[in-house]
Design a protein around this ligand. Structure first.
Ligand code: GDP
Ligand code: MG
Length: 189
């Protein structure tokens, strides 16, 4: 039956969302899930896990040359997280809009990051050596372990969403289900 068959129309997208360790520790899981749910996206997979550093290095591989890469991986593996897959029309862009800008200082009120957290301690682009040097001197720099606390991750493109969903979920973990409100939320193009 349709419950077990993936009947997504081609214009449907999926996005990977992660409730980061700070979000779970701060009891924000219900708040975060309901924002995606209430916007109209559909949850098709979710799990509470404590990811390994190796797994997170793969997840954030594109940021491997950033000065904060190692500390970001340490932060993300510092406690359990909830990994989720949400689907719907333009799910990737809608997901990013729900989440808000990377640095909560820049995130608009009404977004998760704009409402629920303070700052990641942003650093400018620059050679890694430079940031390693600065990091030793400036306790507020982007290299401090206590940064990165912006509650959620969301895929930034359809391509990276596909890659990230493959990395976090086996195909069988994605649950196909028909939502009774589907036609009240989505419209065919
Ligand atoms: P996102 O897609 O909005 O999550 O941002 P990125 O993919 O660019 O970065 C991944 C994560 O690394 C962010 O969510 C932050 O937790 C962290 N991060 C990114 N840029 C910075 C920075 O300049 N300083 C610090 N401390 N963390 C950062
Ligand atoms: Mg990103």
């Amino acid at each position: 039956s349709y419950l077990f068959k993936d009947k997504r129309p081609s214009w449907f997208e999926r996005t990977l969302v992660i409730l980061k360790p700070d979000g779970l520790q701060r009891a924000l899981s219900g708040e975060v899930l309901s924002r995606f749910e209430q916007r109209g996206l559909q949850l098709v997979a979710a799990k509470l896990i404590r990811p390994s550093a190796a797994h997170l290095k793969q997840h954030y591989w594109e940021l491997r040359d950033k000065p904060f890469f190692t500390n970001l991986v340490t932060f993300m593996s510092s406690g359990p997280i909830i990994a989720m897959v949400w689907q719907g029309t333009d799910a990737v862009a809608i997901g990013r809009a729900i989440i808000g800008a990377t640095d909560p200082m820049d995130a608009l009120p009404g977004t998760i990051r704009g409402d629920l957290c303070i700052t990641v301690g942003r650093c400018e682009e620059g050679p890694k050596e430079y940031w390693e040097l600065i990091g030793k001197r400036n306790k507020f720099s982007c290299l401090t372990n206590s940064r990165f606390r912006n509650v959620v991750h969301g895929s930034d493109s359809v391509e990276s969403a596909k890659h990230e969903i493959d990395l976090w979920f086996k195909p069988a973990e994605l649950v196909m289900w028909e939502r009774c409100c589907h036609d009240w939320v989505f419209e065919s193009p």
